[in-house]
Design a protein around this ligand. Structure first.
Ligand SMILES: [Zn+2]
Length: 362
């Protein structure tokens, strides 16, 4: 094993270096890396030095999910995500969106509504990823060979067929320590990737000058209007109270992502709560105290969420919240401050963890 890969700091520097070298002609490498980070957070290896298999269909699902809000028209126009404006990935996302209904809020919902179209989109995006960004991610401009510090990419090439891809398990394998390292780095790298992405999209879409403000909000913000659909059912079932401070809520209170949206883009019901504007504003992107996740995962709450999920056609994703929370908390140093309600902090301490936050073997 390459010992340099085991140090998360060195790993992070090398990831940033491959992104900052040369002008990107498309945002697909950023999307691929963002999807890889998410995968590592939600599939934290049992041991620090383990390899981690990343099935390409799972990666394709995440990439689709990242582009999903971005294919909405912005200022009435479709955003380009590459210099030449042509994109098989965006075309696949658009086809799926048409099949699932234009109001379809997420890829998970599209999967429920249009399973055949979903499988087609995943196959197409997976093949695109294997032929382009996964094959080129670790190759610096001008270099003949890849510097394969993340995963072996020797079987990937521009024309790889589905058949060859399947022969290789339709997956890439992150090298020893890389999965753990990327999970730890996710919170640091994700904002960097978002900044690069916004710059790229501004460059690729000339109409986005300085007068067009919230490009980042369009690309990565939560869709407030879409979130509004859960507000009334939540109030009916849980009562009109803030999940954090129990304050009585006005009509238009925020819906809060318990695990911050900026860290992991989970908008399954298990990750959503009613909040007052005061708590929501105070919490912003902070990592919540473990007890708050424990409360959000409460079994009685989950039972009620399942009923809301059926009614709204909106996934609960409790397992995903657990997996992401494990990846996040176990990757953080003990003692860091976490948000524990309005203007309150709690130092992270997983020595007596709730059952879902089982410690890893060392
Ligand atoms: Zn509150």
């Amino acid at each position: 094993m390459d010992s340099r890969s085991a140090d998360p700091l060195v790993l992070g520097q090398r990831v940033v270096a491959i992104l900052e070298t040369g002008l990107r002609v498309a945002t697909y490498k950023l999307a691929t890396l963002m999807a890889l980070l998410e995968h590592c957070v939600e599939n934290l290896p049992e041991h620090h030095a383990d390899e981690l298999v990343v099935p390409i269909p799972e990666l394709a699902h995440r990439v689709l999910d990242i582009y999903w809000p971005q294919i909405r028209p912005f200022d009435g126009r479709e955003l380009r995500q590459s210099n030449d404006g042509r994109s098989r990935i965006l075309a696949a996302a658009n086809d799926l969106r048409k099949a699932a209904g234009l109001t379809c809020r997420s890829v998970d919902v599209a999967q429920l509504r249009a399973p055949a179209a979903y499988l087609r989109a995943i196959a197409e995006v997976g093949l695109c990823l294997a032929q382009q960004p996964l094959h080129r991610l670790q190759k610096l401009p001008g270099a003949a060979a890849s510097d394969a510090f993340l995963y072996d990419d020797s079987f990937l090439h521009d024309k790889i067929s589905r058949k060859t891809l399947h022969k290789h398990g339709n997956a890439i394998t992150l090298k020893a320590g890389v999965g753990d390292g990327l999970a730890r780095l996710a919170g640091l790298l994700r904002p960097t990737l978002e900044i690069m992405w916004v710059e790229d999209v501004r460059r690729m879409n000339r109409f986005l000058d300085e007068n067009v403000p919230d490009v980042a909000g369009h690309l990565f913000g939560r869709e407030r209007s879409a979130m509004a659909a859960v507000r009334e059912p939540f109030k009916e079932v849980f009562g009109p109270h803030c999940f954090y401070c129990n304050a009585h809520l006005p009509q238009d209170n925020p819906i809060d992502h318990v695990l911050p949206w900026s860290l992991v883009g989970i908008d399954g019901l298990a990750n959503l709560v009613l909040a007052c504007a005061r708590c929501n504003g105070d919490k912003t992107n902070a990592l919540p105290a473990v007890r708050l996740i424990d409360q959000a995962l409460d079994e009685a709450r989950t039972g009620l969420l399942t009923e809301i999920a059926d009614y709204l056609q909106w996934p609960v994703q409790r397992g995903r919240v657990i997996a992401a929370a494990r990846g996040i908390y176990l990757g953080q140093p003990q003692g860091i401050p976490t948000w524990d309600g309005y203007r309150a902090t709690q130092r992270l301490d997983v020595s007596f963890p709730p059952p879902w936050l089982r410690a890893r073997a060392t």
